[in-house]
Design a protein around this ligand. Structure first.
Ligand SMILES: *[C@@H]1O[C@H](CO)[C@@H](O)[C@H](O)[C@H]1NC(C)=O
Ligand SMILES: *[C@@H]1O[C@H](CO)[C@@H](O)[C@H](O)[C@H]1NC(C)=O
Ligand SMILES: *[C@@H]1O[C@H](CO)[C@@H](O)[C@H](O)[C@H]1NC(C)=O
Ligand SMILES: *[C@@H]1O[C@H](CO)[C@@H](O)[C@H](O)[C@H]1NC(C)=O
Ligand SMILES: *[C@@H]1O[C@H](CO)[C@@H](O)[C@H](O)[C@H]1NC(C)=O
Ligand SMILES: *[C@@H]1O[C@H](CO)[C@@H](O)[C@H](O)[C@H]1NC(C)=O
Ligand SMILES: *[C@@H]1O[C@H](CO)[C@@H](O)[C@H](O)[C@H]1NC(C)=O
Ligand SMILES: *[C@@H]1O[C@H](CO)[C@@H](O)[C@H](O)[C@H]1NC(C)=O
Ligand SMILES: [Zn+2]
Length: 431
């Protein structure tokens, strides 16, 4: 067990599936833009230098768009004043939520995932205990179940959370060299910060989903904040990348029926995960790289033992830092050896049109595994050369001060249904 076990054993839980928890999502110093020296900069896929890749730049097409969005990394996102279109859509969705889950409007816990004092009813009518427990809401609510297992056997559903990471060229090059597509769960704030990197995901033929604007615990938010976190991420992906996703993943796997209903109002299907590599957790709670390698190995061993003979699984990976990306690269041959197929979620689910824009066609499962040429995404991904964009950049704020999310560690496990959460004083990790 590589997570801190104190509160877990206290509550008698088998495992904490709080992936994405406690990780250190670097944030750019937004204010740095006021004093930069602008100059021409070409972001080149072949450039593997981290400093070069992560030098902040302004992207001309978005130069006048930022006011339409919540502040970058401002947590939580809220409706932008004067955005009547968003407000009108929210009002409609909110009415549905009030009608369907009238008694579940109060947010749970805190933005940082502290559930101290949260007394959660035993019946779990809200289907809150995500991932480790409830992933299938009551049918009467009309919300689809979360995706965790995959219908196709011996299949590893490949996805990377928290991107786009400024320094992801080595990973994306590796995926391209292996003709491997993945599902990218993008954070809106990262898309607006690193638009050229975000566009590369589309040009490389990856499948893009929403992963919120600022990476909060979603059940801690008001309806409006939940809406804004999802809505503006979907919008910025559309504006920057040109596609409107129809899937999302909740940070930390934190979701309940209220949040699901708001996402459903935006036509976003919840793609959770079955198993977590815990790649995000290295350095927290004494977790080491070797522990993560061992987690990969456990899944790989389970595959060898026939555990996925009847269905596949979604696995949680991240593009947050060099370790999470490099570890995947190193494990890839082992995964390939143990699983018949490694596929993006779109292929696993036969989502051949995963975007609202119908002119992007993805391969269904059979086509993907047969290596059929893509009819849309990768081959006709738009005008710009793959992954490169002309941008004016700043030399000045390369070392823009990085803030970190105060993630809470696995200790921020939710109170078990019916158990009063005594002192789950999550060890907030101030990394
Ligand atoms: C949305 O629903 C909540 C909870 O029922 C309510 O408090 C709030 O006023 C509603 N907001 C709008 C804009 O209707
Ligand atoms: C991406 O990864 C690098 C390390 O490779 C890290 O320094 C950077 O802050 C990360 N985050 C983002 C948002 O790009
Ligand atoms: C969701 O999809 C339906 C059916 O395609 C469409 O009518 C509706 O406008 C979509 N809602 C949003 C918020 O995009
Ligand atoms: C990490 O290891 C040190 C030294 O073994 C120990 O004192 C500490 O309690 C550990 N921390 C956690 C969160 O497990
Ligand atoms: C995968 O996660 C499930 C719970 O979702 C757990 O029971 C199982 O042990 C995990 N498998 C591996 C190989 O880690
Ligand atoms: C991680 O860093 C090492 C050393 O700088 C580098 O060789 C490697 O390509 C990096 N991996 C990724 C995925 O960025
Ligand atoms: C995907 O479509 C193929 C037919 O092309 C079918 O055999 C398979 O069962 C479908 N998988 C899912 C998850 O719908
Ligand atoms: C899809 O249509 C949009 C709008 O017409 C266009 O900008 C985009 O390049 C098209 N993409 C593909 C893959 O055809
Ligand atoms: Zn995440």
């Amino acid at each position: 067990m590589l997570v801190a076990t104190a509160s877990i054993s206290l509550l008698g839980l088998a495992a904490a599936h709080m992936g994405c928890s406690g990780h250190n999502i670097a944030k750019r110093n937004v204010g740095g833009e006021n004093n930069v020296i602008y100059g021409k900069r070409q972001v080149d896929n072949a450039n593997l230098d981290v400093t070069a890749q992560c030098t902040p730049y302004t992207y001309a097409p978005m130069a006048n768009s930022k006011a339409k969005y919540p502040g970058i990394w401002v947590q939580p996102a809220t409706l932008v004043p004067g955005d009547s279109e968003a407000a009108a859509l929210f009002a409609t969705i909110n009415a549905t939520v009030q009608q369907k889950v009238p008694n579940s409007n109060s947010p749970h816990g805190t933005l940082k995932g502290d559930w101290a004092g949260v007394n959660y009813p035993a019946g779990d009518a809200d289907c809150w205990w995500t991932n480790s427990r409830c992933t299938t809401p009551a049918e009467s609510l009309g919300i689809p179940a979360d995706i965790t297992n995959l219908p196709e056997p011996e299949t590893w559903g490949l996805g990377f959370d928290d991107g786009p990471n400024c320094s992801h060229n080595a990973l994306y090059n590796f995926l391209a060299e292996n003709n491997q597509k993945a599902t990218m769960f993008f954070i809106g704030s990262n898309v607006i910060d690193w638009p050229v990197q975000a566009i590369r995901a589309r040009d490389d033929g990856h499948h893009i989903c929403v992963h919120t604007w600022s990476h909060p615990y979603m059940t801690a938010l008001t309806n409006e904040q939940v809406f804004a976190e999802l809505y503006y991420t979907r919008q910025v992906i559309k504006e920057v990348i040109g596609v409107t996703p129809t899937c999302w993943r909740p940070p930390f796997g934190d979701v309940d029926n209220r949040v699901r209903l708001i996402a459903a109002g935006l036509n976003l299907t919840n793609v959770l995960w079955k198993n977590d590599t815990f790649d995000w957790s290295v350095g927290t709670n004494n977790v080491t790289a070797a522990d993560v390698t061992n987690n990969y190995q456990k899944i790989i061993t389970a595959a060898g033992q026939g555990q996925y003979a009847t269905q596949g699984l979604t696995v949680l990976n991240h593009e947050i830092n060099n370790f999470t990306m490099q570890e995947f690269i190193e494990q890839y041959p082992n995964i390939k050896g143990a699983f018949k197929h490694i596929v993006p979620i779109a292929a696993a689910m036969n989502w051949t049109h995963p975007y609202v824009e119908q002119n992007y066609t993805f391969q269904d499962f059979n086509e993907y595994v047969a290596g059929a040429p893509a009819s849309g995404a990768a081959s006709s991904g738009g005008a710009s050369a793959a992954g490169s964009g002309t941008a004016t950049g700043s030399a000045a704020s390369a070392s823009a001060s990085k803030a970190s999310t105060k993630g809470s560690g696995a200790g921020a496990t939710r109170p078990a249904a019916g158990i009063l959460a005594v002192a789950i004083a999550a060890t907030a990790l101030l990394l």
